[in-house]
Structures are given as structure tokens and as C-alpha cells.
Design a protein around this ligand. Structure first.
Ligand code: ZN
Length: 72
């Protein structure tokens, strides 16, 4: 194997590893939470899904739920 081939092989390995990391991160995100609010059905903003991966509701519905819970 010449120098250029080796370099290419390393780059491909690197890309494959990165691709696997991205893919597993995406799968974890999908498994952890849902894309849509379970109450109103609207999409949960990605920023919220990142901050609260287990959130099943959008911030509005979640605070509504929490208010109900604490007012009982
Ligand atoms: Zn909602």
C-alpha cells in the first residue's frame, strides 16, 4: 500500500466512525423522546428535545400539566 492509499483508508475509517456516531446519536434521540407533543400533536422544538430528551410534550403542554398537578 502506498502513502496515498493509506491516507485514504484512514480518512474512510474516520468518516465511517463519524457516521456511526451520528447515526447512534440520532437513534438515541428518537428512542428517548418523540418528535411531536403527545398532548397537542405539534412538533416539539429541537432545542427542547436536546435540553429534555425524555420530554413527551411541548413546553406549553408540559407547564399546563405541571400547573394542574400542583393545583390539586
Ligand atoms: Zn403540546
Amino acid at each position: 500500500m502506498n502513502r496515498e492509499d493509506r491516507l485514504e483508508a484512514v480518512t474512510e475509517d474516520h468518516d465511517a466512525a463519524r457516521q456511526r456516531r451520528i447515526e447512534s446519536a440520532r437513534q438515541a434521540l428518537n428512542a428517548a423522546g418523540t418528535k411531536d407533543c403527545s398532548d397537542c400533536g405539534r412538533a416539539i422544538p429541537e432545542a427542547r428535545r436536546m435540553a429534555a430528551p425524555f420530554a413527551r410534550r411541548c413546553a406549553a403542554c408540559q407547564s399546563e400539566r405541571e400547573r394542574e398537578f400542583y393545583c390539586r
